[in-house]
Design a protein around this ligand. Structure first.
Ligand code: G3H
Length: 530
């Protein structure tokens, strides 16, 4: 495989650098005059390979981090702030204002997604559109939640008006593989429920937020959203140490989540909404439809180069069909096209982390040292910014590629004779997000499904693992997640049930009636939100 430099279409040429010179603090875009960090793409703009400079971001310090915490904390005002006490309809208006502006930035964001993280054009567009849809779905779901709460109930002589209220200040940290979608899948529900937030983008996929920063500034009251740039350790550590963060919302690695959780002085107060690593397996039974299975396994292992928490990270294939499976799977992998994100029909694209090809090579070397071979022709071929997916066979659990979440282009295949082998591996694994199960005979599938649903949180029958559609619960067991993130569940994860109760007597009932008639309270309301 050689480098596939093609001329870059005019629309995608980096003709202007994005120097993010401000950060969003307490409703102001503050000019930063301190240290900055250049942002490079691993994609070359010239035939002779050279990373492309895209722009720069501020490298903020502990001081700005704590000022952002002050701002978010003041905006929440210990529950007395404007935002947490606002009418639901008014918070929704702010969100609608934001999404309307966001939609106008599609082209800029998509272009930066491609350059910053190497995601191909159609997936970058999908990420943007899916996020916009997520925001609209969240608004609709919140309205429905509000309608369902717009009532009183009475038990044992006590009347209650029960709603969901915000939790407080949220520190929001997203991942580089979905820098827009997954970050917003945390931030948007957190905000709409009345929480205030401090948000720091991931290391890669940061400039793509620049086109949206003004929309954040002019859509929400001051201090509700604060956007910081810089190193996670410098910025997130002091914020967590301070103790005023009520929710840590993070999609990333459990090492970061644990480190941040551990330094919070009041761990009992801290809520966690975490999407962490996973090692989703595919189990291919002897009666599986191989054409369909291979298509799904190729997609599941290589979509965005395997840099998805939901990617298939290991394939368990029954020994009766392994020869046929391996041959056809390898042919399909080798037929995948590598190129730049905007190239036509490209499935494999440059890796955004410059060190990733070397890391994948280490995993290949370790597997080979433990008895596996690369069984596809192109496996392990290198360019300056890529390493072609290597299919490693026969793999075994002791190999690093099976123990670590590779999050990149390497695919271990483990043969099995007895179904208990993959089940035992899954049971002893630290992860428990999803599984793909390929087969047809319901007498075999039924007991397997009954067990698998207790090992993971989604069993994908004859299809690869995935998060979407976003209305379905996205979560995991063991080290894979804390809390659930569907459109609906996320609203619950970022809120708590809170209510007004009163003894059912004339005195109280008159007060309630007056409260409702006057519309003086934003909480006590039976208005039907259209
Ligand atoms: O990185 C993990 C993502 O949540 C995966 O989402 O299945 O839509 O690619 P996806």
């Amino acid at each position: 495989m050689t480098s596939t430099f093609n001329e870059i279409p005019k629309a995608y040429i980096i003709d202007k650098l994005t120097h993010q010179k401000t950060y969003l603090l307490n409703g102001e875009l503050i000019e930063w005059t301190g240290n900055t960090s250049d942002i490079y793409s691993t994609i070359s703009s010239t035939e002779e390979y050279k990373p492309t400079l895209l722009g720069s971001i501020p490298v903020l310090t502990e001081k700005e981090a704590l000022l952002a915490l002050d701002a978010a904390s003041d905006a929440f005002g210990k529950g007395k702030g404007l935002w947490p006490t606002m009418k639901v309809a008014d918070r929704i208006s702010c969100m609608e204002k934001f999404v309307t502006q966001m939609k106008t930035k599609r082209d800029e964001v998509v272009k930066l997604l491609m350059w910053e993280i190497g995601k191909n054009l159609s997936d970058s567009e999908k990420e943007f559109d899916r996020t916009v849809e997520y925001i609209y779905d969240t608004i609709e779901d919140y309205k429905e939640m509000d309608r369902n709460s717009a009532k009183f109930e009475k038990h044992s002589g006590v009347r209650a008006h029960i709603r969901r209220g915000p939790l407080g200040v949220v520190l929001c940290l997203g991942p580089y593989n979905y820098p827009l979608n997954e970050t917003f899948a945390l931030l948007i529900p957190a905000l709409i429920m009345g929480n205030t937030a401090i948000f720091k983008p991931a290391k890669y996929g940061v400039l793509l937020l620049s086109p949206l920063i003004e929309a954040f500034q002019n859509s929400f009251p001051k201090g509700v959203v604060n956007i910081l740039f810089g190193r996670g350790r410098t910025v997130a550590t002091p914020i967590m140490k301070d103790g005023r963060v009520d929710v840590l919302a993070l999609i990333g690695h459990s090492n970061s989540a644990n480190a941040l959780q551990d330094i919070h002085p009041k761990s009992n107060r801290l809520r966690m909404v975490l999407g962490l690593e996973a090692n989703n397996p595919a189990i291919v039974l002897p009666d599986a439809d191989l054409e369909l299975t291979i298509k799904e396994c190729v997609n599941g292992t290589t979509s965005f180069n395997g840099q998805r928490c939901t990617a298939l990270k290991v394939l368990y294939v029954h020994e009766n069909i392994i020869e046929d499976f391996n041959k056809r799977f390898c042919e399909a992998i080798d037929a995948l096209k590598f190129g730049n994100p905007w190239d036509n029909g490209v499935q494999l694209t440059p890796l955004p982390e410059p060190d990733k090809p070397n890391y994948i090579q280490e995993l290949i070397d370790d597997s080979i040292a433990q008895g596996a071979k690369i069984i596809n022709k192109k496996g392990g071929l290198r360019t300056e910014n890529y390493i072609f997916p290597a299919v490693m066979y026969p793999a075994k659990n002791e190999m690093r590629v099976c123990e670590e979440e590779q999050f990149g282009p390497i695919i271990p295949i483990i043969p099995f004779k007895n179904i208990e082998e993959p089940l035992d591996d899954m049971a002893s694994s630290n992860y428990g997000q999803q599984v793909s199960l390929f087969g047809k005979d319901i007498n075999t599938l039924a007991p397997l499904i009954d067990t698998l649903v207790n090992l993971v949180c989604r069993v994908n029958l004859n299809s690869s693992c995935q998060r979407g559609p976003d209305v379905y619960p996205f979560t995991g067991r063991k080290d894979s997640a804390v809390a659930t993130l569907s459109v609906h569940d996320a609203l619950r994860s970022f809120s708590i049930r809170t209510f007004v109760a009163s003894k059912d007597n004339e005195y109280n009932n008159n007060i309630l009636k007056e409260l409702l008639d006057s519309r003086a309270s934003n909480f006590v309301s039976t208005d039907y939100l259209l």
